[in-house]
Write a protein that binds this ligand. Structure first.
Ligand code: RFL
Ligand code: PHB
Length: 392
């Protein structure tokens, strides 16, 4: 088997790359270890930056998003029993975010892929990458009990944090930057209408909580918990009681309860591998970097990477010019580090840290007070939250 670009992973990065390449008449093969159903049902991100929405529309995969996505022009911050709205649109010349589940993005992109007739293989096994330090990279994999070898010009490693691509690069060629946080998020989906029209990020002495949603009938909620927390320790009633406490404000507010349809625990990590390229292997999305979810950036950053990669590959196939491919890592890392800074900052500002002393606690409150009383500070949050412009 032979193709131009071998894409490993059918998450947002791999599928969007495949789609953008197809629009440039560049052939690719997508390989995914999981089943189509599994990838489409996985509960993950929900916030799309303005630029991600614009790209989906421009690339012809925005029809359902336009109907079903929920446009949000602000977010709410809660702390010290008070509520404060950050008007994202007013602070950013009209930009906004859209609530649309990652699994919906995956469905739209998978449908678009299948419609092109170009190959996508789910449930692959023993995927491995070879020869990417020379002219002819290959990917070996098993599918339906048969071993295959896929020869390609380039390999896109879009296989997430635990994939094979990054770990196939010689360790001496990569520098890894990492911070693991001393807490996790317990997340639930509940079949009940959201209790607020906008997202609520709540700082509380018992720990952070977040109110989000997926649709007018589905609420998504998170609460900060211990990194080694066990789901069994959290029967539904304990989750609701804890959420009630963490969202409490003066003047009263109530969280609507409904049947919990999904529960999960997410670890919190900041991670970057540099560079994002080795020979003819390019890393994109979570394969190259992880952000803690507090800034709602992981999916958006994955999309930003493949936008750069698709443009660089298009330039190469159009003109034989490799200049932009060689710049791929440098271009992406500028954005990656700014998004790392923002995600770390949101995380540090909103969570309870056991090691904090009284000084740290006061400093954290001063930061929130500043953010909600200074236009300059709020504008900085807003510009990052709706998404920084892509700088080529
Ligand atoms: P993915 O989505 O992990 O996709 C990688 C795919 O590769 C497959 N794979 C392999 N395939 C072939 N061969 C192998 N050897 C393979 N190994 C792995 C995997 O099965 C998978 O299908 O990475 P990608 O495409 O880089 O996308 C990244 C995003 O999924 C991730 O950053 C976001 O979900 C993070 N995230 C959020 N991001 C946002 O932008 N906004 C949010 O609101 C947001 N909220 C979240 C989040 C992530 C969360 N969790 C569960 C980590 C909330 C949560 C709770
Ligand atoms: C979500 O809706 O899943 C979500 C929203 C905002 C975040 C993280 C996750 O910061």
């Amino acid at each position: 088997m032979r193709t131009q670009v071998g894409i490993i992973g059918a998450g947002p990065a791999g599928l969007m790359l495949a789609h953008l390449l197809a629009r440039e008449k560049i052939e690719s093969v997508v390989l995914e270890v999981r089943s189509r159903e599994y990838v489409q049902e996985r509960v993950r991100a929900g916030v799309l930056e303005q630029g991600t929405v614009d790209l989906m529309r421009a690339a012809g995969v925005g029809a359902r998003l336009a109907h079903e996505g929920l446009l949000h022009r602000g977010i709410e911050l809660r702390f010290a029993r008070g509520r404060h709205r950050i008007d994202l649109s007013e602070l950013t010349d009209g930009a906004a975010i859209t609530i649309y589940g990652q699994n919906e993005v995956i469905k739209d992109l998978t449908d678009a892929r299948v419609a092109t007739g170009q190959p996508i293989f789910f449930e692959c096994a023993t995927v491995s990458v070879h020869g990417f330090d020379a002219e002819q990279p290959t990917i070996r994999f098993a599918h339906g009990g048969t071993e295959h070898e896929l020869r390609c010009d380039y390999i896109a490693g879009c296989d997430g944090f635990h994939g094979v691509c990054r770990s196939s690069i010689p360790a001496s060629a990569l520098t890894l930057y990492e911070r693991v946080y001393p807490f996790a998020w317990l997340g639930i989906l509940a079949a009940v209408a959201p209790s607020s029209e906008e997202l609520i990020y709540s700082h509380h002495e018992r720990g952070f909580a977040l109110h989000s949603m997926r649709s007018p009938k589905l609420t998504r909620l998170y609460l900060q918990c211990a990194p080694d927390e066990k789901l069994e320790a959290w029967p539904d009633v304990r989750i609701w009681e804890e959420l009630d406490r963490r969202f409490e404000i003066d003047g009263g507010w109530s969280l609507k309860r409904g049947p919990i349809t999904h529960k999960g625990i997410t670890e919190m990590r900041s991670f970057v591998a540099e560079p994002m390229q080795y020979g003819r292997l390019f890393l994109a999305g979570d394969a190259a970097h992880i952000v803690p979810p507090t800034g709602a950036k992981g999916l958006n950053l994955a999309i930003a990477d493949v936008r750069v990669l698709a443009r660089a590959l298009a330039e190469y196939y159009r003109s034989g010019e490799r200049a932009m491919l060689e710049e791929y890592s440098r271009i992406c890392l500028r954005r990656v580090w700014k998004v790392q800074r923002f995600s770390w900052w949101m995380t540090a500002m909103l969570h309870r840290f056991d090691e904090h002393n009284a000084f740290d606690a006061r400093r954290q409150m001063a930061e929130l007070d500043y953010l909600t009383s200074s236009r300059a500070a709020a504008q900085s949050l807003a510009e990052n939250y709706v998404g920084l412009p892509i700088q080529w």
